[in-house]
Design a protein around this ligand. Structure first.
Ligand code: S3P
Length: 172
């Protein structure tokens, strides 16, 4: 059984890396945001709007814990905030799980996210100046949790294939 967890800020490439790694390792890829949406039948941004962030964080933690309890092998990409709430970070290396933090600079995240705010409730309404400030502040607040991962992988200026190769080597 192999449990690999991919974490990082919004826009760091978690889902893409999990999918590519899953093809290489022949282990199924799971995406926590997607599982929450399938489970509720509601888009994440609508859960935030209708129920608020605290409701979402509780649901996110519950579903994350259920997935981690299973005996199956998987590569799981988390939401950007998942490790930072409800002591979820304690599961990042528990029970043989290995976790990877895709580490990106504020500038890289800003460049990606200002084109992809839609569907991301925490940033959708922010203008460019507010977005940069928000990324800088929340990355600072969240770094403690992200750094609980087994490995931090530099993701700035590297192709997805290079990042996957880096993760692959550390899993060998
Ligand atoms: C969030 C990130 C999102 C999603 C939700 C909250 C966050 O996932 O879980 O909008 O707190 O950073 P992605 O990192 O996949 O965008």
């Amino acid at each position: 059984m192999r449990k690999v967890i991919i974490i990082g800020y919004m826009g760091s490439g978690k889902s893409t890396i999990a999918r590519l790694l899953s093809e290489k390792m022949q282990v199924k890829a799971l995406d926590l945001d997607q599982i929450i949406e399938n489970h509720t039948g509601v888009a994440i941004k609508n859960i935030f709007e209708a129920e608020g962030e605290i409701y979402f964080r509780k649901l996110e933690s519950k579903i994350f814990r259920e997935i981690m309890d299973s005996d199956e092998s998987f590569i799981l990409s988390l939401g950007g905030g998942t490790p930072c709430y409800a002591n979820n970070h304690e599961l990042l290396n528990a029970g043989g799980a290995v976790s990877f933090y895709l580490k990106c600079s504020i500038e890289t995240l800003y460049q990606r996210l200002h084109l992809a705010k839609e569907g991301r409730p925490l940033i959708a309404a922010k203008d460019e100046g507010q977005l940069k400030e928000f990324i800088a502040k929340s990355l600072f607040d969240r770094s403690f949790y992200y750094n609980q991962a087994s490995y931090a992988i530099s993701a700035d200026g590297r192709s997805a294939d290079e990042i996957v190769a880096d993760i692959w080597e550390r899993l060998a």
